[in-house]
Ligand binder design. Structure first.
Ligand code: TXA
Ligand code: MG
Length: 329
């Protein structure tokens, strides 16, 4: 299959493809999505196939207007409307009770459904012109780094889907916060740019999910994620990054790189290969996946800063931990 890639000029054609039950990749403010009509089970099946995604990992349903809410969810609590007013469109996914019209495949048979309103003009146009909610996971091959540019989607999806809508770099850079509103205490199943602290003024009882994923809460959490093509280890301290770099340099000549934020890299002499992902948590989130995709092409071994000791980097560190094979303390 030939994969067309382009911008706004392709929007009508993209909407037509969705209506015909095809899969189209599209930009959102978080990461690119791989979309299909949420009500069309054959179309949704194509998403799972293109990504190589396990069937027990449900998809998020993307909406462009509040009128669509009652078509995808039932028994919607008032908290949902409050949060939608406060944070949508934006990087927040709410888990609600599923409407029976949503096919089993979209939610992997769960009685709940994740919904979100993406904050990207092309995404919103695609949903409204297709005249249907769009189910979409991140547009990467399952297990790979999430795509934050149209080019990254092309790397993973060329030949597998008919079209990629390209809108350059995603501003947020990591996937949406997933918040379960179906039971109390309300739980963040996947951290994102909207933190528990930001949600707390609107919810009496909200907490981050802690501990092992034994039962199926957010099925996606149990899978291996975000693995770069080369080995990648985490380090908390700059001096340990240097020591480890020197150690692996014997076997992997000059193809080692240290990735971290500006403060961390300032402690590392310039003779070492290093790439910065910025300074603040917001900057680092925006650049993380793209930097990792660049690095895995140029280098054979990645040493990645671990931010576990910095609470303001909590959401980014969740992705970093899933990218690294192990941490050198
Ligand atoms: O920012 C995002 O959320 C991006 C863009 C494209 O919107 N999408 C995304 O989708 O990250 P995906 O499929 O890569 O991750 C969805 C996560 C998975 O961990 C999945 O298990 C969880 O959300 N999820 C979806 N529906 C759920 C449900 N009904 N109950 C619990 N977890 C759910
Ligand atoms: Mg994903």
């Amino acid at each position: 299959m030939k994969t067309k890639i382009g911008g706004k000029e392709l929007i009508e054609e993209a909407a037509k493809l969705i209506k015909e039950g095809e899969v189209v990749a599209f930009p959102t403010e978080t990461v690119y999505g791989l979309g299909a009509d949420a009500f069309n089970k054959d179309a949704v099946e194509k998403i799972f196939k293109a990504k190589g995604r396990p069937a027990d990992n449900p998809l998020i349903v993307h909406l462009s207007s509040k009128d669509q809410l009652n078509k995808v969810a039932i028994d919607i609590p008032k908290e949902a409307y409050i949060l939608i007013d406060a944070f949508s469109p934006g990087p927040l996914t709410l888990i609600l009770n599923r409407h029976p019209d949503i096919p089993n495949i979209t939610t992997s048979g769960l009685n709940t459904v994740g919904i979100r309103f993406p904050n990207n003009k092309l995404a919103q146009m695609l949903i409204s012109k297709s005249d249907t909610p769009i189910a979409a996971p991140s547009a990467n091959i399952s297990g790979r780094l999430s795509p934050t540019t149209g080019q990254a989607v092309y790397e993973d999806m060329n030949g597998k889907i008919p079209m990629i809508l390209d809108d350059g770099k995603c501003q947020v850079g990591i996937e949406s916060t997933v918040l379960d509103l179906t039971k109390k205490p309300y739980t963040i199943l996947r951290p994102g740019a909207i933190s528990a602290k930001m949600l707390a003024p609107y919810l009496s009882d909200v907490k981050n999910f802690e501990g092992e994923v034994k039962i199926v809460t957010a099925p996606g959490m149990k899978y291996k994620h975000y693995a770069p093509l080369c080995p990648c280890v985490g380090v908390k301290k700059a001096k340990n990054a240097i020591n480890h770099y020197d150690k692996v340099l014997d076997t992997i000549t000059d193809k080692v790189v240290i990735i971290g934020n500006d403060f961390f890299l300032n402690l590392i002499p310039d003779k070492y290969n290093k790439i910065s992902i910025g300074k603040t948590p917001t900057e680092c989130m925006a650049l993380f996946f793209d930097t990792m995709r660049e690095a895995e092409k140029k280098y054979k071994y990645i040493i990645l800063q671990n931010f576990e000791d910095y609470p303001e980097f909590y959401s980014l560190n969740n992705r970093i931990e899933k990218s690294t094979a192990h941490i050198i303390v």
